[in-house]
Design a protein around this ligand. Structure first.
Ligand code: NAP
Length: 269
């Protein structure tokens, strides 16, 4: 695995596994939590050490359980979770404290590697107040790095200007149906590492045919080409699969590189 260094100095694996339907009945986002750790354990077996969860996914405890079952040390993993940008979690200092405590308890871990504000909301000043509470957890070593998700340029810029600890990551949707090129470039320019969520979504037939054709030159699949495109421009990817073969495929990205021309074609799909 290769790593990127965050603006905090800590290293983050280029590839993580999404988890938003893991540990749930019928692999449904809204499905009942069934504590099934098999998908996460299969990902760990394939080599994943970076997992992306969230309070909203309700499965932080399944991630914690899988880490325990793996018998690998906690430090072997990079775990991201997220606090929802909803009043219940952010309306007061106590609400934020309770949210972070609930994450740590669910993960059964003394710390979380990366904690994101899941979605921005209208009141930017209020967001800064929440950020200040989160900064105290960084001071205490309970959160190793802070970041945001789904922030546009204005929201990210406001936080960059008004924070003591700068956001290390901005997790945004990025795929051929919605590249989000501008906010990705703005984030990179400001030393905020972009992460692509839904990196394999919104690939229509035409885009898939183009990616497949490029992949044939390297003996890679359309999905591997798409993920490789992101990491070549310093975007972290968090693809999710319930299938061991595809989990392995999504990690196998470091033995080929795309040409400038191919990158230009992919970026315009
Ligand atoms: N911050 C946010 O607001 C936000 C929003 C959405 C998601 N996320 C995070 O981002 C993660 C990834 O996004 P996502 O789960 O929505 O979508 P995704 O990872 O882009 O795509 C998942 C789908 O792609 C399939 N797939 C995986 N690998 C494949 C491969 N090599 N070839 C062909 N198909 C493949 C999977 O099916 P199989 O299981 O059958 O392989 C699954 O249906 C989430 O799990 C979550 O952690 C964050």
């Amino acid at each position: 695995m290769e790593f990127l260094t965050l603006n905090t100095g800590i290293q983050i694996p280029y590839i993580g596994s999404g988890t938003n339907t893991f540990g749930k009945e019928n692999h449904q986002y809204d499905g009942k939590i069934n504590d099934d750790t098999s998908e996460i354990l299969s990902a760990i077996g394939a080599g994943y050490r970076h997992f992306d969860t969230a309070i909203s996914y309700r499965n932080e405890r399944v991630v914690g359980l899988a880490i325990k079952k793996s018998q690998l040390p906690r430090e072997a993993f990079f775990i991201t979770s997220k606090i929802p940008g909803k009043p219940r979690y952010v309306s007061s200092e106590k609400a934020v404290l309770d949210a972070v405590d609930s994450t740590l308890k669910a993960l059964d871990s003394p710390y979380v590697d990366l904690y994101l504000i899941h979605h921005p909301w209208e009141n930017l000043e209020e967001m800064v107040l929440v950020w200040k509470v989160l900064e105290k957890f960084v001071d205490d070593g309970k959160i190793k790095a802070l970041g945001v998700s789904n922030f546009d340029e204005k929201q990210l810029n406001y936080l960059l200007e008004h924070s003591r600890i700068k956001p290390a990551v901005n997790q945004v949707e990025s795929n051929p149906g919605n590249w989000n090129h501008e906010i990705i470039e703005y984030s990179l320019k400001n030393k905020v590492i972009p992460e692509a969520w839904g990196p394999l979504k919104k690939v229509d037939e035409k885009a898939q045919a183009t990616l497949t054709e490029i992949g044939q030159r390297y003996n890679k699949t359309w999905a591997q080409v798409l993920l490789r495109y992101q990491i070549e421009r310093n975007v972290i990817v968090i693809p999710k699969s319930h299938n061991l073969q595809r989990q392995k495929e999504n990690l196998d990205l470091f033995d080929f590189s795309l040409s400038n021309e191919e990158r230009a074609i992919i970026g315009q799909l």
